[in-house]
Write a protein of this length. Structure first.
Length: 437
């Protein structure tokens, strides 16, 4: 990257203006928040939905797993379509699909239509991230320099921040407009992203074979090959980076999956327990979950500044175990202060694992396959989310009571201890990673 910057005379990587400025990033960031926001926003509306349709946690769990199944399948499909049809077209089509899904969910008279709306939301929101990565890559080829690291970081922070704030927003919407507002809010959000995308996102270039300067033509192919060679040379010459390793990547995926299995189980299970066993309203539950959101956002910023991976990831695993310990003793009479501490104990690891595992993937993957490696990391996260919904149904049954929460916390505690052992003994995490690239 450094060689590329010197050769082309481009601005330093830290310069986020120009080609990678607000006109490009604003619609991409607006689109990037939709999938993680919808994955967590419904957490504080599940009880109300269950009451209206006469189903318990085992039934409402389908609203969670349907979106994750659609997202897990939709991400690679949308990425392939963005490569073949053009990222702008796929990005806009995804936003239109989100609008349709929001309307379907807001007006749904039956529970089956709600599930259908969640599937459409999963597919529509899956277009944003791969399309954004394809657009950044296209701008990199056009300008002759890589996408600035702060730009990439903003995409990650937008996803994490919106996921963390989802339960609070969902509780507010459920308390003020009813649970249907959780679906309806997608319409103005998608329209806002469309309003920014139509005039600001660059038009898709010509398809392969349309000319020497067409998209993926000979000129662009030679430029991309040059970029890849320079990335490889830089990684080989930078002693601070982790060595590319398939085994290390597999351990990172496993670590990421175990971490988010515990985090999602706590997110959904804890919020339902607060309403059904502790007697809080949806809005009050959102406020109790707020420390989780704030801690995740703050720790994601702090985690991005660390030079090593082993210490923050080990700390995160230990805090997950501590949070599980608090929940395994919680009852309907547990003081509010302890409930807030429990939420924070799951939020801190969420921020640390998000940035730490992302850094590990970027350091351990081959430079010419970072995109697919990052996609597999997200697949591991979606798989864990789906597993968490099954775990909730198994532990809670028809009602989120104290006994169910204790069973759930016991499982997440054991997973956290396993995660702690895997992280502490992973030799690939001992080498520091650079935070300036």
């Amino acid at each position: 990257m450094k060689a590329l910057t010197r050769r082309s005379g481009a601005a330093p990587a830290e310069d986020t203006g120009g080609a990678f400025g607000p006109r490009l990033m604003t619609p991409l960031l607006l689109g990037a928040v939709l999938n993680p926001l919808n994955s967590t926003m419904i957490a504080t509306g599940l009880v109300a939905i269950g009451h209206d349709f006469g189903t318990g946690p085992s039934g409402t769990a389908w609203l969670l797993s349907s979106l994750y199944l659609a997202s897990a399948a939709g991400q690679p499909v949308m990425g392939r379509l963005a490569d073949s049809l053009g990222p702008r077209r796929v990005f806009l089509a995804g936003l239109l699909l989100v609008c349709a899904a929001g309307l379907l969910g807001a007006l749904a008279p039956a529970f089956g239509q709600l599930i259908a709306a969640r599937v459409l939301l999963g597919l529509g929101t899956s277009a944003a991230y791969p399309a954004a990565m394809a657009m950044l890559r296209a701008e990199s080829l056009r300008t002759g320099r890589p996408a600035p690291r702060p730009v990439m970081g903003r995409l990650s922070l937008a996803a994490l921040g919106s996921a963390a704030l989802g339960p609070t927003l969902g509780g507010l919407l459920t308390a003020t407009t009813g649970w249907r507002g959780i679906f309806a809010v997608n319409v103005p959000l998608a329209v806002l992203a469309l309003a920014a995308a139509l005039p600001w996102l660059p038009r898709d270039r010509r398809r392969p074979g349309d000319g020497r300067n067409g998209r993926n033509g000979p000129v662009q192919q030679r430029q991309e090959q040059t970029h890849v060679r320079e990335h490889v040379q830089e990684q080989q010459q930078d002693p601070a980076d982790l060595a590319p390793s398939r085994a290390a990547l597999l351990r990172t995926y496993l670590r990421h999956g175990l971490a988010y299995l515990s985090i999602y189980a706590a997110l959904y299970g804890y919020s339902q327990w607060l309403e059904e066993a502790h007697g809080y309203t949806s809005f009050e539950t959102g406020l109790v979950m707020l420390p989780m959101s704030l801690a995740a956002a703050v720790c994601s910023l702090l985690g991005a500044r660390t030079k090593g991976l082993r210490a923050p990831l080990t700390t995160a695993a230990a805090l997950l175990a501590a949070g599980s310990g608090v929940l395994v003793t919680a009852t309907g009479g547990t003081p509010l202060a302890a409930l807030l501490v429990a939420a924070a104990l799951f939020g801190i690891p969420q921020g640390l694992f998000s940035t730490g595992n992302q850094a590990a993937v970027y350091a351990q993957a081959r430079p010419d396959r970072i995109g697919s490696a990052a996609g597999l990391q997200r697949t591991a996260q979606y798989a864990s989310a789906m597993a968490a919904t099954g775990l909730l149904a198994l532990c809670f049954g028809q009602r989120a009571g104290d006994a169910g929460l204790h069973r759930l916390a016991a499982v997440t505690g054991l997973l956290s201890l396993l995660l702690l052992a895997l992280t502490a003994t992973d030799r690939a995490l001992r080498a520091p990673t650079s935070t300036t690239r």
